[in-house]
Ligand binder design. Sequence first.
Ligand SMILES: O=c1ccn([C@@H]2O[C@H](COP(=O)(O)O)[C@@H](O)[C@H]2O)c(=O)[nH]1
Length: 272
Amino acid sequence: MKTTNLISEIRKKNSFLCIGLDVDLDKIPQHLLKEEDPIFAFNKEIIDATHSLAVAYKPNTAFYEAYGLKGWKALEKTINYLNENYPEIFTIADAKRGDIGNTSTMYAKAFFEDLGFDSVTVAPYMGQDSVEPFLSFEDKHTIMLALTSNKGAFDFQVKVSEGKELYKSVLETSTHWKNSENLMYVVGATKAEYFAEIRKIVPSSFLLVPGVGAQGGSLSEVCKYGITKDIGLLINSSRGIIYASQDTNFAQAAKSKALELQLEMKAIINDL
Ligand SMILES: O=c1ccn([C@@H]2O[C@H](COP(=O)(O)O)[C@@H](O)[C@H]2O)c(=O)[nH]1
């Protein structure tokens, strides 16, 4: 999907919400366990109930890989369902891949060609030749980890080397790579105080922002310095939305949680 389509979808829905599909069989309503594919059955109901409020969905592949072949099948059914029924939705495989060039090419083929995702998350640690194979896919996006939402982000990402924090080097260096227009970055909502600095380096790039909801990040704090004239943000919430209830009404409960965030987003967009 082209970024221009994503921006017009954001404008149409007054939403920059990304819903994380992190399906844990211990947390989904128990009646779904009788279904042939409980993971897909759960995702389908969540997607059908929330698609008018969200512009993106982000299955974290760990939650599918953990269930082996059945999990991978459910991931495939979920992305096919989104692409067939809601082609306007931006899809993110949160897989955090990256390896030597020929291996990265295979990861890119798996997520972009075989599964048909619009984007995949990638770790920058192995450098340019590990990321460029992802960037070479036209109309696909590579979302590189910059400053993550977890506590461990302080172990390396904010450490200064040769006068610069590592996350700043990741942002600055990657803007010079081939096809860098296909890059987006992950910045945690729990790191709101860093957004002003980040926007100095990548003023218009899209940022995928996890950490609102279960991790306690604040949407309004992120938007203070993170939002751009084209919005430039995809705010993710996973557990805070999809596990709003474990009853049979779980999808409506998820919709209510998504609506709370969407209304907050609408007010922020109107104030721009
Ligand atoms: O810095 C990061 C990068 C990725 N994530 C992922 O996003 C979701 C967040 O889930 P919540 O339930 O809304 O906390 C999850 O898939 C993480 O692996 C992140 O949290 N932080």
